[in-house]
Design a protein around this ligand. Sequence first.
Ligand code: MG
Length: 281
Amino acid sequence: MKISPLFIRRATPFLLALGTVGQTPSFAADPIEGFKNTPIIPGTPYHLHDPDRPQPPVVNPSTPFSQATSAPSDATILFDGTNLDRWQARNGGPATWKVTDGYVETAPRGGAIRTKGKWEDFQLHVEWASPSPGKGRGQGRGNSGILINGMYEVQVLDSYQSKTYADGQAASIYGQAPPLVNASRAPGEWQTYDIIFESPRWDETGKQLKKAVITVLHNGVVVHHRYELSGATDGISREVPWRTLSKYTPHDPDVFVGLQDHGNPVRYRNIWIRPIGQYDK
Ligand code: MG
């Protein structure tokens, strides 16, 4: 029996809903996983995690840009390849990820780790590498993430010649905005995120004065430019369950930085952060 691509596209959400997330449907050549039964993302014609949202154009990032460079003098070195002293588990206990040969790798069922420190508006440098050879597909291929305040995720994923719903690929603001382009490097190659994050602000009555704003360079290529987040990412905090629209919960402007454990062995190295500061101060 010949199965049409349209059938596969339509059937995929139901297969995923049946608990086959991350597995390869045996009959499918290469359908893009995703959902058509999720809410429409306001301001777009697309469903949340829509398989039909356009795939970002592929760009070869060329030179290493900021990779393996030393940090500016006013930066806090979050990870220099030797220890996790500046990190903790989500519950405040010790971070259990394994440090080897200058990098740290997500531990199976080790849970997310987060910085002990907090910052308001910041510049963050992170280097990461997905497993080589690449394993799994879609959201199950080298999934991790930069979790700001445990609320806002810049997706880490192997999106090199590997497709998933566009709002969930590497360097997406998960569930909100695909990257402007796909500047991914191959599995096992070190990749960089340079992230400039402005915290959201509320007044004392709880009225929002400013949304979170983010700029991201992936391997030196601008993939978000002052993107205004619509709220917390779905699926990483209790307030916004997976596949529901993002929304804000007021919080202090000081935020921590986390790294997601999504069950895939992703490596990190050379992580530093510095406050952006203000003019004339
Ligand atoms: Mg992730």
